[in-house]
Design a binder for this molecule. Structure first.
Ligand SMILES: *[C@@H]1O[C@H](CO)[C@@H](O)[C@H](O)[C@H]1NC(C)=O
Ligand SMILES: *[C@@H]1O[C@H](CO)[C@@H](O)[C@H](O)[C@H]1NC(C)=O
Ligand SMILES: *[C@@H]1O[C@H](CO)[C@@H](O)[C@H](O)[C@H]1NC(C)=O
Ligand SMILES: *[C@@H]1O[C@H](CO)[C@@H](O)[C@H](O)[C@H]1NC(C)=O
Ligand SMILES: *[C@@H]1O[C@H](CO)[C@@H](O)[C@H](O)[C@H]1NC(C)=O
Ligand SMILES: *[C@@H]1O[C@H](CO)[C@@H](O)[C@H](O)[C@H]1NC(C)=O
Ligand SMILES: *[C@@H]1O[C@H](CO)[C@@H](O)[C@H](O)[C@H]1NC(C)=O
Ligand SMILES: *[C@@H]1O[C@H](CO)[C@@H](O)[C@H](O)[C@H]1NC(C)=O
Length: 274
């Protein structure tokens, strides 16, 4: 918001000219007739009573020197200001190492102070949370799911303020891996279909590998379908989930699917019955 110090008036200004860097026209208003520079179409609001200007959807390129010339009653008035702050917080700056995440906030301008927001609350330093480089870097150690954010960086100096785009932390896991059999009753007839599903907490989603008695199966994906099962497929099944961001993997407990002539009840294994 570029506010002029003019007292609001109902009488239209003879002319108003807003430009940036003394070269690019933002808006020219002559006798209430507005003409807007092509880059500013839909991004500005001109306030006719004060000649103030609102500029929205800021980008780094909006940094610059803004000036206004106002003609009223034959008198020229001039105002200028420098837009000094632009904040960029980028998910591309996300650095990840051994479960820690660093976010950095960059802004141009002097005497900057930084404040980080986690959702709507202010981030405070602790054993796990470090604020460094004058507060412009936030490092979270042993990141957990509860740290998903969104994180924003708020920068201010005596002249201006800015808030970054939100960053969601979406790196976690794999954890709580679980191998689920369907049907779940634990007894399977030869020739039936069984589906094994690997459930795991992971962001980004995990990649899966399946093992039968320790040997890797070619099947990818979180679900392994065994169609028309026969004896050769009995054994210990396990799945392994791998998170390509955390470079960690987790392997499920093996699920023992064993051929039995007579189904002997065993709560810890899943048997075929003839
Ligand atoms: C600028 O004007 C707007 C609208 O009148 C007002 O809400 C805002 O507080 C003003 N900002 C400053 C810095 O005076
Ligand atoms: C104004 O000039 C600066 C410095 O040359 C440049 O970085 C900025 O993008 C310019 N701003 C606009 C809106 O053209
Ligand atoms: C991360 O862990 C690996 C081994 O697990 C170790 O070699 C490496 O030095 C660690 N990196 C950091 C930054 O702690
Ligand atoms: C991070 O986790 C490791 C391993 O669980 C633990 O030894 C360490 O104290 C934790 N660090 C902090 C700052 O909580
Ligand atoms: C972010 O907020 C969540 C929920 O309030 C909290 O559990 C978590 O510890 C916070 N993380 C940081 C780094 O402030
Ligand atoms: C970040 O998380 C918030 C809620 O936690 C959600 O509304 C928003 O869409 C997410 N943004 C991205 C880019 O995933
Ligand atoms: C058992 O099933 C596997 C996988 O479908 C198949 O390759 C194999 O030939 C079958 N064995 C018998 C004895 O039917
Ligand atoms: C599966 O694992 C269990 C326990 O490790 C073992 O007793 C059993 O013999 C294994 N079954 C097969 C078919 O290898």
């Amino acid at each position: 918001m570029f506010n002029t110090t003019l007292t609001p008036t109902e009488k239209p200004f003879q002319s108003v000219n807003w430009n940036v860097n003394f070269s690019t026209t933002i808006i020219v208003v002559i006798n209430s007739e507005e003409s807007i520079g092509p880059e500013y179409e839909g991004r500005i609001t001109f306030f006719t009573s004060t000649a103030s200007l609102e500029l929205r959807s800021l980008t780094l390129g909006d940094t610059g020197e803004y000036s206004v010339n106002i003609v009223q009653d034959g008198k020229i008035q001039h105002g200028r200001t420098i837009l000094v702050i632009y904040v960029t917080s980028s998910s591309t700056d996300l650095v990840e190492f051994n479960g820690s995440v660093s976010l950095s906030c960059s802004a141009s301008g002097s005497s900057l102070s930084f404040l980080w927001l986690n959702g709507s609350s202010e981030v405070t330093a602790s054993d796990r949370v470090q604020l460094t480089d004058g507060g412009s870097s936030l490092t979270i150690i042993n990141v957990t799911r509860s740290d998903q954010g969104p994180f924003r960086c708020h920068v201010s100096n005596p002249v201006s303020t800015g808030t970054s785009d939100p960053v969601n932390l979406s790196i976690n896991g794999p954890e709580n891996i679980n191998l689920i059999l369907s049907p779940s009753q634990g007894y399977f007839a030869v020739g039936s279909d069984i589906s094994l599903t690997c459930s795991v907490g992971s962001r980004p989603p995990a990649q899966f590998k399946w093992f039968l008695n320790g040997d890797q199966l070619p099947d990818p994906g979180s679900e392994l379908r065994l169609m028309n099962v026969n004896m050769s497929q009995s054994g210990n099944y396990s799945c392994q989930a791998f998170n390509s961001k955390t470079l960690r993997s987790q392997t499920s407990q093996p699920s023992d699917i064993t051929w039995l002539k007579i189904g002997g009840k065993n709560h810890h294994s899943h048997k075929f019955i003839m």
